[in-house]
Design a protein around this ligand. Structure first.
Ligand code: PEP
Length: 269
């Protein structure tokens, strides 16, 4: 895994007005000018258009945090993928833990949203992860298997390769707690194996798997060094451009370390 294939996604949740969004991006862009990491920002709906304008002709991708599963219709207060796309969104977070737990979205609905996003040509970032109770009972893999196989059922291989997975243990989101790097790697390897079962090894290897949950400038280097971590999804720490830029810079450190370690291994084998 090289820096070029690392992805960092900021999730602003329900923070920042449109004006605050453009100020933020203007502050962020010079700080990440030389990065090779893919940088995405999931902003509130009202900021998508203005954020995408400021990010135009820069490598920064702007996306949304949710969408409806219908193409259009009488769904007061909802938003369609085509509307997001036209406003400037290139990706959408689906099944974020706050959507699942606060807004009671289930795997079947999330599956319909993934299908719709692919049809509307918006890259779906499918968020999965176990609760603390499931974690405590040793059911992480069972939960993840169910979330993945339901949300991705019936998707053809060539479409599946457009999906990004974000593994976010619910208990790690906004809590300051993170699993150990060994636990993260074990779960990411499991996700990779499930993707391989669903879509074949070649596609399974291609799908990026991001880690999310209390990622900060201080811990990102270590997390990014795990073999099957292809990027990170950052909530709270993405709200300040300096902090978010530090995370991006430190990811490159992790990716470079991985490259060096691999080269050393190649020499000794
Ligand atoms: C998130 O909201 O997806 C998230 C990972 O939040 P935080 O980084 O604040 O834990």
């Amino acid at each position: 895994m090289t820096a070029e294939s690392f992805t960092v996604i900021g999730n602003w949740k329900m923070y920042k007005t449109s004006r605050q969004a453009t100020d933020y991006i203007e502050a962020l862009l010079p700080l990440i000018e030389n990065t090779k990491v893919n940088v995405y920002l999931a902003v509130p709906y009202t900021s998508i258009h203005s954020a995408a304008q400021v990010a135009k002709e820069t490598p920064l991708q702007i996306g949304a945090q949710n969408m409806n599963d219908a193409r259009e219709g009488a769904f007061t207060g909802e938003i369609a993928g085509l509307m997001l796309k036209e406003a400037g969104a290139s990706f959408v977070l689906l099944g974020h833990s706050e959507r699942r737990h606060v807004f009671k979205e289930g795997d079947e609905l999330i599956h319909k949203k993934v299908i719709r996003a692919l049809q509307d040509d918006i890259q779906p970032v499918l968020c999965i992860g176990e609760t603390l109770a499931h974690h405590g009972k040793g059911k992480t893999q069972e939960v993840i298997q169910e979330q993945l196989s339901t949300a991705l059922q019936g998707i053809p291989k060539e479409e599946a390769s457009k999906v990004v997975i974000a593994y976010e243990p619910v208990w790690a989101i906004g809590s300051g707690q993170t699993p150990t790097v060994e636990q993260i790697q074990k779960t990411h390897a499991f996700i990779r194996a499930v993707l391989g079962e669903l879509f074949g090894e070649r596609v399974g290897k291609k799908i990026p798997i991001l880690y999310g949950g209390s990622v900060k400038p201080e811990n990102v280097f270590e997390i990014a060094s795990a073999k099957d971590v292809n990027g990170v999804l950052v909530g709270g720490a993405s709200l300040d451009p300096q902090t978010f830029a530090s995370i991006i810079q430190n990811i490159v450190g992790g990716a470079s370390k991985k490259r060096v370690t691999r080269k050393k291994k190649e020499k000794t084998t």
